[in-house]
Design a protein around this ligand. Structure first.
Ligand code: PLP
Length: 301
């Protein structure tokens, strides 16, 4: 049986800096839900898996890159629920074969590699229609599990938090996780999304698409991408090492590292009023560290 650590624990951080600034910081440890399935990827799969099972689909078909947390979560959860899984992977099989994908194959996921050009079509109605015809009995999920069922699963991240917080923060790829979280906020609470991709704030649009009339409840910080998706600067890795030494909590360089860096930077700059309670969401993603280290030839921890 699949054992999951739900509700995930919440951990208080004890750091001299926080005393000095008069802030209470907590971490919602979704990374501890399971060691292979990243926290928010489990949240996003929860209702999608239910749907696939109850509607008697043969399996789930979805999209991702070679190190995708979503792809491995899909492979794993399908295997545990007697469903088949197909991963449409961006790039060339020879170049892209990663540890993540090897694990997916061990979990009986069928991998299909498509060119970067074709991959860009993955959200077009035509492409989806073609895929659905080819795989009629598969539930097709968008990249990252970013559909309504996925968003719904993320509501629980906030619903489970049993401290009376003022701010909750999360890292954003598509914004689906944030879209679920804002639905559970009380009137005095605010969510902050840290965008890990470079560019304009498309996250807010995504959040408002799934959760209309929530514009007052959240904001998005767009300046902490460190050059773009999966890009980094030494400053980021130095921060992650410091944070791990002080708290024992490992972060990943693609998502959570950027969020936590942003929060500590804004603490420094005085964004948060004295006396506020802040919850950072650890969305998991630690399985991606290995691929990142290989790609850049660095060692994080
Ligand atoms: C996928 C992922 C995210 C991004 O979630 P979105 O819902 O796409 O914004 C954040 N953190 C981790 C660890 C992830 O794997």
């Amino acid at each position: 049986m699949l054992m999951l650590n739900i509700p995930s624990p919440i951990q208080v951080l004890e750091l001299p800096l926080l005393k000095e600034k008069g802030l209470n910081l907590y971490v919602k440890r979704d990374d501890l839900i399971h060691d292979l399935i990243s926290g928010n990827k489990w949240r996003k799969m929860k209702y999608n898996i239910d749907k696939a099972k109850h509607k008697n689909y043969d399996g789930i078909l979805t999209f991702g890159g070679a190190h995708s947390n979503h792809i491995i979560a899909t492979a794993f959860l399908c295997k545990h629920n007697q469903l088949k899984s197909i991963g449409i992977i961006r790039g060339d099989a020879h170049v892209e074969k990663s540890n993540t994908l090897n694990k997916c194959e061990e979990l009986d996921m069928e991998l299909s590699f498509v060119s970067r050009g074709d991959y860009k079509e993955k959200d077009s109605a035509q492409y989806i229609e073609k895929l659905q015809l080819a795989y009629p009995n598969y539930l097709i999920l968008p990249e990252g599990g970013a559909n309504e069922a996925g968003v719904k699963g993320c509501e629980d991240i906030v619903a489970e938090i049993d401290v009376d917080f003022d701010f909750v923060t999360v890292d954003c790829g598509t914004g689906a996780t944030l879209a679920g979280m804002v639905r559970e906020l009380k009137p005095h609470q605010k969510a902050i999304g840290v965008q890990v991709l470079k560019g304009r704030d498309f996250i807010s649009e995504e959040v408002l698409k799934f959760s209309p009339n929530t514009a007052e409840k959240f904001e998005v910080w767009t300046e902490y991408h460190f050059g773009g998706y999966a890009k980094y600067k030494d400053e980021l890795l130095d921060f992650m090492r410091w944070f791990c030494k002080e708290t024992g909590i490992k972060l990943d360089p693609i998502y959570t590292g950027k969020q936590f860096f942003a929060v500590f930077d804004q603490i420094d700059k005085g964004y948060f009023p004295r006396g506020t309670n802040i919850v950072l969401t650890h969305t998991g993603g630690l399985q991606g560290i290995e691929g990142f280290e290989k790609r850049y030839g660095v060692r994080i921890y």
